[in-house]
Ligand binder design. Structure first.
Ligand code: KDG
Length: 319
């Protein structure tokens, strides 16, 4: 098979209105507009790191949809499989920063019946899927709607049949569904995936794991050859066929942590597709995650590979 893309992601892209100041949204006067959505973030982060990426999803035929399309194009993501919806709006969300948890952000969604939620199996282009070396999606895509979920499973199974790498980020969204409803769908995705990302908190709440090792074991039991356990400021663990690696990010001031996990996933995917050493991969992933947390927006803080190398080896020239 000829594979012209390294990575395809599938999901709902959203416009993010990120509060310019911390505190309750009701008191915020100014917002920054950003392109977002877990899978859009991963496609863009992958492109910055040098992968040929494409994003699949449905956008509203409206101003916000045009903004998301332009944002993907500006970052060099392939947009040829995007579907437009004339009768539903592009979804959006607000980011409330630093309240009620200092240093943490909350998402307030406006996405019910959005264009992105109206993605159907019929919208999938099987030939397009066959062009990619890897397919990545997250638990957000499974939660958004039954039709998008069905399309996700179809895409994963189609890509797997063509020997593409299947990557899945549990990325559980408590505002979109509950654990009991989600579990069978998450388990189906975990059984299909070769590479899985899971946050420690999600592993605790979904699989009842109380410690790092238990969380890795619980996820590995579904059969993926690589599992990444994301632990926020405490870093991440990567298990590759039974060997375990650990990395801790630099100590930083968090402006907005939204999107860090998506950049982490893009970095680990880059490592896997380009054959980086696992420890190098995880160190890079944690550094990039922290760079995303230091600026507002989900992917804006992602460096190119050349920039990352200069940041990590101390040769970055500041002035
Ligand atoms: O991972 C970042 C995402 O959470 C954000 O961009 C919005 O996709 C989103 C979601 O559903 O939370």
């Amino acid at each position: 098979v000829s594979r012209s893309l390294d990575l395809i992601t599938l999901g709902e892209a959203l416009v993010q209105m990120n509060a310019a100041t911390t505190g309750r949204i009701r008191h915020v006067q100014m917002f920054e507009k950003h392109a977002a959505g877990s899978e859009l973030n991963t496609a863009i982060a992958g492109a910055r790191l040098g992968l040929a990426t494409g994003w699949i999803g449905r956008l509203g035929a409206d101003e916000l949809g045009e903004f998301l399309l332009a944002s993907l194009r500006a970052e060099g993501v392939d947009t040829s499989a995007i579907v437009f919806d004339n009768s539903a709006p592009t979804g959006m969300f607000l980011v409330q920063r630093g309240y009620p948890l200092p240093g943490d952000s909350s998402s307030i969604y406006y996405r019910v019946d959005s264009a992105g939620s109206r993605f159907y199996v019929e919208d999938l282009d099987v030939d397009y899927l066959g062009r990619a070396r890897a397919l990545h999606l997250s638990g957000v895509s499974l939660a958004v709607s039954a039709s998008l979920r069905e399309a996700c499973f179809e895409a994963m199974e189609t890509a797997k049949a063509s020997d593409a790498l299947i990557s899945f980020d549990v990325n559980f969204r408590y505002k979109l569904w509950d654990v009991r409803e989600a579990r069978p769908h998450l388990e189906r995705a975990l059984r299909c995936a070769d590479l899985v990302f899971c946050g420690l908190k999600d592993a605790e709440r979904i699989f009842g794991a109380s410690a790092e090792e238990q969380a890795l074991e619980a996820v590995s039991a579904f059969g993926p050859s690589q599992v990444v356990l994301a632990m926020g400021a405490r870093g991440a663990l990567l298990s590759v066929d039974g060997s375990c690696y650990r990395a801790v990010p630099p100590d930083i001031q968090v402006i907005d942590a939204t999107g860090a996990g998506d950049a982490l996933a893009a970095t680990v995917l880059s490592g896997r597709l380009k054959g980086w050493d696992p420890q190098v991969t995880l160190d890079r992933a944690c550094t990039i995650g922290s760079m995303v947390c230091s600026v507002s927006g989900d992917y804006e803080g992602v460096p190119t590979l050349a920039e990352l190398e200069r940041v990590m080896d101390g040769s970055w020239v500041a002035r």
